[in-house]
Ligand binder design. Sequence first.
Ligand code: GDP
Length: 485
Amino acid sequence: EVISVRELAEKMGEDPNKLIADLISLGKFVTINQAIDFETVSKLVEKYGKVAKLEGAEEEEAILEAELEEAEDKPENLKPRPPVVTIMGHVDHGKTTLLDYIRNTKVAEREAGGITQHIGASIVEVDTSEGKKKITFLDTPGHEAFTAMRARGAQVTDIAVLVVAADDGVMPQTIEAINHAQAAGVPIIVAINKIDKPGANPDRVKQELTQHGLIPEDWGGTTIMVPVSAKTGEGVDELLEMISLQAELMELKANPDKKARGVVLEAKLDKQRGPVATLLVQSGTLKVGDPIVAGLYAGKIRAMFDDKGRSVKEAGPSMAVEVLGIEDVPLAGDKFYVVKDEKTARKIAEKRQELARESALEKEKRVSLEDLFAQIQEGEVKELNIVLKADAQGSIEAIRKSLEELSTDEVKVKIIHAGVGPITENDVMLAAASNAIIVGFNVRPDSAARKAAEREKVDMRTYRVIYDIVDEVKKAMQGLLQPEE
Ligand code: GDP
C-alpha cells in the first residue's frame, strides 16, 4: 500500500468520494483513510489521463536519463572524423571484390602479423592530395544490412558507394540501393566497375543512372562517378580520394574528448571468449576499463581489438573495435553508451530490460492508412511514404502518378521506392525504416515479407484494381482534411 485515498485525492485535486466511487467500479471497496496499492493507484489515475509514478523511482529515472543525455558539443570541441562507408549494388557487380581489394591493399599500417580480421568494419588509410586520410568501410555490403540497422533506429553510414558493373548496367538491386540510400539521406558515390572487361560501357551506365536521378558531374550533375576495376585495381585510388573529398565537404565531425557512444555493428557468443561485439564509436573515445551499456546489457570493457586483430587501448570517433566484457550478446543496431560507473550501467541495463519486457511486442507507432488522420492531427505525419511493388513497370508509372497527384498542402504522398516483383522482406524493412506503408498491385508478399510486416507492424495492402488503390488512399486522406469552415 502506498497512499491513502484522502492523500491521493488531495494530490489529484479531486473529491475523495468521487475516487471512492471510481474504486468501487474497479472492484475495490475502501474507506477514505484506507491505503491502496500502487497498481490500483495506477488504474485509478489512468482514468484521469495521468500516470502514477513512485516517488524516488521518478528521481532515479531522471538520473538515468541525465546519464544518457548528450550534452551539446561546443563547436571548438569538434574534430574532423573519418567517413563511414557502405558498399551497395546489384548482386555480382563486384561489391565483395572491391571491398577485398581495398582491404588487402589499403589497410592502415600493414605490419607483420597484421592480418585483416573480420570484425564488421575495416579502417583504410588513403593518400590524398591533403595527406593521409582514414575511411571506415562496413564489411557487410548491400542495402539489406544498411536498412535493417535503420529500422532499428541506427544510422551509421555517411556515404554509400554504389557499385554498378559496366558490362551489365543498372539492375533491379541497383535501383533498390539508390532508393534505400536516398530514403536515408545518404549521399551516393558511384563506382562503375569491371572496366577491364571487353564489353564494358561506362557511358551506358551513366546514361541509365541519369534516369534514376543520378547525374554525373561531367554531364553537369552532382553525382561523383568513378570508373574502376576491382580486379586490376584501376581507378580504386581515385575512388578513395573522392570518398575523402566528399567526407570533407560534409564536414563530418565529432568530439573525441568525452565518454564514447555509438552503435553495435555485430555481436556473437564466442565459445572461448564469451560475448564479443563490434562497436562503432560515433562520438567520444572508448577505452579499456570503461563501464558500458550496450542495448539491454551492461558490462565493462575488458579488452579491445582492431580490424587487424591487434589489442588496442582506445578507439575514437568512426573507429570500429571488437570488445570483450559485455555481459550478454546485444543486437546489431543497438546503441551503446559509456556511463560513469558499473553500478549505473547495471541500473540502466535492468531498467531497459524491464521496459523491453513490458513493450515486448508493442512497436513504436508506425503510419497506417487507418490512423493517418490522427497522426497528421498530432503533427506526427506530414508525408505519406509509400513503397510500391507491382507486376509491371507500366502499372508502376500509372499508380505513381495517380498517387502523387493526391498530395495536398497538409500531406505529401511520396513513393520512396517502386519496383517490379513480389513484396520482399527488404521492402518491409525499408518501409519500417522510413515509416512507410506498402502497396502491392497484382503482386503478393512472400512468406518472409509477411512475417516481417507482422513483426515490424508495417501496414501492407495488396490490390488488383488501380482505382481501388487511389480510392483508398484518397479516402484516408479526405478523412484527415479539416472541414473547410
Ligand atoms: P558481389 O555479389 O557484388 O559481391 O560481387 P562479387 O564481388 O562477388 O563479384 C562477382 C564476380 O565478378 C566475381 O566473379 C568477381 O571476380 C567478378 N568481378 C568483380 N569485379 C570485377 C572487375 O572489376 N573486373 C572483372 N573482370 N571481374 C570482376
